[in-house]
Design a binder for this molecule. Structure first.
Ligand SMILES: Cc1cc2nc3c(=O)[nH]c(=O)nc-3n(C[C@H](O)[C@H](O)[C@H](O)COP(=O)(O)OP(=O)(O)OC[C@H]3O[C@@H](n4cnc5c(N)ncnc54)[C@H](O)[C@@H]3O)c2cc1C
Length: 454
């Protein structure tokens, strides 16, 4: 993709701000530059802004893909200085101020904001990825949904007790918010929604195991919230294994030290690795591959290049604490960077205003565990149960992009809550045929029951 030739709107004599990634950080910075004397090029390798906090609900059939994704072009439809392009950036050359795209073409920038987020980290064991997918994109969530639903279909067709147990065992690795939410949601899917739809096995016997290497869940929250989450998950029937580490992942299960757990479905919610794009900048990175940015979020030696959100290793100027990889942090960095670019573009010939240092305002954190169960910590206030769950619903609906999405998500939640049902139970892609059990005898039994009017 050549930005010069393909996009006439970028040729005007105003600086071009290229924003790579239209997640929470990229979207925000581009929107905040609407009135600045710059052109904004928003590049993303997907055509949608994704609301990652609700990915687990797509993976567990509560919501559909379009409920949590919004077309980027639609968002910038009315922003005159913005241009959207579907493009994957693979490298940055700061010396020539050029980007390289996945198709080998190149494009220039005047200002650059890298907001390409993060992926899953398997702590150097990348071969595990094939057996334990992470949950970062819509493709990941639909693939996990397919695995979960397929495991139940396989269970329905199974005659061997050992294999049946493996079909109905789900291992979630990582006890952060994503792992906690996913483990609770899988158990809820089995008990509430599926148990009435399968006839040959008891879906309520589904075994969900959540493995966490630390001594408590939700390490970023208080000990009180951790123990509420632990109690709630156990009350729902999830087996929580604390202080235990997955030492091997294979096709069909995991090893926890010397213990072998046979499980058809393993989901990875344990580690985060920043976008590999940061490594092409040639500046120091932290252990998670995040760029060690300066207090103004710029890259050392390049005041015209900023890195924000999950790609940035930033320290709060007020507290000296590392800034967490969460959506509000990405948006707050975006606000600051947009202000800097706006102010410096406006004062192109005059003296540049001094740059601020990034300060993170922690708005609190929350995690939902299941129907009317959640924990939330907002402004020093700790909530649990129904109140926390309602706060969680409210905040997530509020943050969703697009009126349609808000309405559809609320309707889907209402339906799931009232009808104990999950509507989006779709398996896409190739479905293996695993019908091993003889169906004939059972069909005859069913027909006989019907004749008898039972
Ligand atoms: C499952 C899950 C649940 C979460 N739950 C919460 C939560 O409850 N609360 C919370 O605050 N945070 C949550 N987070 C974290 C939050 O989503 C991130 O902190 C936030 O999305 C970071 O914003 P970002 O702009 O840095 O990156 P992202 O929002 O990840 O956006 C990155 C964008 O860059 C694009 N991109 C990537 N590479 C390239 C490339 N090479 N070229 C072009 N485009 C590229 C991607 O397609 C994507 O659109 C969750 C994350 C996950 C994965």
């Amino acid at each position: 993709m050549s930005m010069n030739s393909a996009n006439p709107r970028l040729r005007a004599d105003v600086p071009v701000v290229v924003v790579v990634g239209s997640g929470f950080g990229g979207l925000r910075v581009a929107q905040r530059l609407a009135k600045a004397p710059v052109r904004v090029a928003v590049l993303d390798r997907t055509n949608h802004h994704l609301f990652q906090p609700l990915l687990y609900q797509v993976a567990t059939s509560v919501l559909t893909e379009s409920d949590i994704a919004f077309p980027i072009r639609r968002i910038f439809r009315n922003q005159a200085n913005a241009l959207v392009a579907l493009a994957e950036v693979v490298a940055v050359d700061r010396a020539t101020k050029t980007l390289t795209f996945a198709d080998g073409t190149k494009g220039p920038y005047d200002w650059l904001v890298l907001a390409a987020g993060a992926g899953s980290s398997y702590f150097g064991k990348d071969a595990w990825k094939a057996f334990a997918p992470g949950m970062k994109s819509l493709d990941d969530a639909t693939a996990i949904r397919g695995r979960i639903l397929r495991a139940f279909e396989d269970a329905e067709a199974e005659t061997d007790a050992q294999a049946l147990k493996a079909h109905l065992t789900f291992v979630v690795v990582g006890g952060g918010p994503t792992g906690v939410e996913l483990a609770g949601a899988i158990r809820e899917l089995a008990v509430e929604a599926l148990s009435r739809d399968f006839r040959r096995f008891d879906a309520a016997s589904t075994h969900v195991i959540l493995v966490e290497s630390a001594d408590r869940l939700l390490a970023a929250m208080s000990e009180q919230s951790s123990s509420v989450a632990l109690d709630s998950l156990r009350a729902m029937g999830v087996e929580v294994r604390l202080n235990e580490r997955v030492t091997e992942v294979f096709d069909g299960g995991v090893m926890l030290g010397t213990e072998r757990i046979e499980a058809d479905t393993v989901v990875w919610a344990a580690g985060v690795a920043a976008s590999p794009l940061g490594a092409t900048l040639g500046v120091p990175l932290d252990r998670a591959g995040r760029v060690k940015v300066l207090p103004d979020c710029s890259v050392p030696g390049s005041p015209d290049v900023f890195v924000i959100g999950d790609m940035a290793a930033q320290v709060c100027a007020r507290t000296g604490q590392p800034v967490p990889g969460v959506a509000p942090a990405a948006m707050q960095m975006a606000d600051m960077v947009a202000r800097i670019i706006g102010a410096e573009s406006a004062a192109r010939t005059g003296a540049k205003p001094p740059r601020p240092a990034f300060s993170y305002f922690d708005k609190g954190s929350m995690a939902t565990i299941g129907r009317a169960r959640a924990v939330a910590e907002v402004a020093g206030l700790k909530m649990r149960g129904l109140l926390a769950w309602l706060a969680w619903l409210f905040v997530h609906v509020l943050l969703l992009v697009g009126f349609r999405n808000r309405v559809f998500v609320m309707l889907s939640w209402g339906f799931a809550y009232l009808a104990f049902s999950k509507g989006a139970r779709i398996i896409t892609g190739h479905t293996r045929s695993r019908l091993r059990a003889p169906l004939g005898a059972e069909m005859e039994k069913l027909l006989a029951q019907r004749k008898l009017g039972r």
